[in-house]
Write a protein of this length. Structure first.
Length: 101
């Protein structure tokens, strides 16, 4: 499935990404959610997707060049968890099946 992130179409899929729950490859406009996510984490796939979308937003807006490495990861992690806790993601259906079925 495709998501329009800041005017660029990103492919979103479930896949094998050992050691990661999610991965945003901004240079390829691709977001992968771990196919075995539910085995390794209690974090909902929607929250992982939001986390990776935030990485893409930072990249596409140029803010990823300002917030680098652990700073970017801390900001993205905090925003994704905070937004999901207030229901930003969980109360809205997503146009993709993240259950891996």
């Amino acid at each position: 499935m495709k998501l329009n992130i800041c005017g660029r179409k990103y492919t979103v899929l479930r896949g094998d990404i050992p050691g990661n729950l999610g991965l945003c490859e901004c240079d390829k406009a691709a977001i992968t959610i771990a196919s075995d996510l539910e085995i390794h984490s209690s974090i909902p796939p929607e929250t992982i997707l939001l986390h990776e979308v935030l990485h893409a937003v930072l990249y596409e807006t140029g803010l990823g060049h300002v917030l680098k490495g652990t700073v970017e990861e801390a900001v993205v992690h905090g925003l994704a968890l905070g937004l999901s806790r207030v229901g930003y993601v969980l109360n809205r259906p997503l146009p993709i099946d993240l259950t891996g079925n």
